[in-house]
Design a binder for this molecule. Sequence first.
Ligand SMILES: Cc1cc2nc3c(=O)[nH]c(=O)nc-3n(C[C@H](O)[C@H](O)[C@H](O)COP(=O)(O)OP(=O)(O)OC[C@H]3O[C@@H](n4cnc5c(N)ncnc54)[C@H](O)[C@@H]3O)c2cc1C
Ligand code: SF4
Length: 338
Amino acid sequence: MLLVKWLKKEAPVINFDYVKPTTEQNALTACKDPLAQFIAGGTNLVDLMKRGVTNPEKLVDITGLPMSNIEQKGDNIFIGSLALNSVVAEHELIKKHLPLLSQALQAGASPQIRNMATVGGNMMQRTRCGYFYDLSMPCNKRTPNSGCGAKEGYNRMHAIFGASDKCIAVHPSDMCVALAALDATVLIANGKLLRRVPFKDFHKLPGSNPEKDNNLLKGELITGVEVPINAAFAQHSLYTKIRDRASYAFALVSVAAALEMNGKTIKDIRLAMGGVAHKPWRLTTAEQFLKSKEATPANFKQAAMLALKDATSYGHNQFKLTLAPNTIVHTLHTLAGI
Ligand SMILES: Cc1cc2nc3c(=O)[nH]c(=O)nc-3n(C[C@H](O)[C@H](O)[C@H](O)COP(=O)(O)OP(=O)(O)OC[C@H]3O[C@@H](n4cnc5c(N)ncnc54)[C@H](O)[C@@H]3O)c2cc1C
Ligand code: SF4
């Protein structure tokens, strides 16, 4: 009885139009309406709709578009935006050339969710900040200029890099951390031209408009990502994810690392972190420091200290200031076999 009352009071009726185009052009046209939104696997968008965080008037289901191919194109691996997270993780080209990406995907969500989640949807998934999902709380990302519940609230999962007065949320993806480390490029269709955006510039910092997570324009469609093949990185790469549970939990911090070694010397390196910023966080200062240096515990520790130089905590997430450098050092030690 109580449950029925609760359901009657809380469960809103959600009305929306639904279309399922079969061509890219029709999908772009259908999504021109101001309140239309693409839907792929639905694992994030449907949750947001059920909670009333987002209220699209039209869903443009893109799963009928031919965008799920994974193939080698010259020196790159192309991954279509509708490729499922589970398929990408297990694909022979990905395991051979981009094992870092495969590891990051395997570390995300659960097998059931990875079977529905797509590459484009993973990039576009919204933050997991509890205040963003709670309509009774202020949140600048959900309702611009309403305030930020997390800054003075419970902020254990929140950012230590690049936050603003307006928002301290983190981007929750594992896959994106690997793609940022591997210098991927995002391919975007808008009906006129194919826009190419370096992965590191796709997501944005919150600044004064945290309602925008990334630089995709309204109605633009992600068609895929291109990742350069690097045989040395494929031999030496590792994704470490620290989380509260072994499955079904977002990263407290994560590290994606790839090394090119020349004997004991680091010839080239890519380092990125997840769970620490509004976007996948590339550790460029640490990368620069480690290039041409020996792979030693002292150098790894120094690199981790440099990486954390501008980190700030907000109270409950202070532990990340210790966990983050420890995870960087642990990942590099494991990779270098020392
Ligand atoms: C319980 C749970 C645990 C999870 N744990 C993790 C985790 O540990 N690590 C992790 O990385 N992720 C995790 N996730 C998130 C999951 O990876 C995402 O929900 C999923 O990747 C979203 O993909 P989708 O295809 O379902 O997107 P949808 O929900 O369909 O769409 C999400 C957004 O992307 C937009 N969109 C989709 N495709 C395109 C496109 N091609 N072009 C433009 N816009 C597009 C949609 O309009 C929508 O705004 C978890 C999710 C759940 C529910
Ligand atoms: S951290 Fe960002 S998402 Fe979370 S409550 Fe503040 S404004 Fe909203």
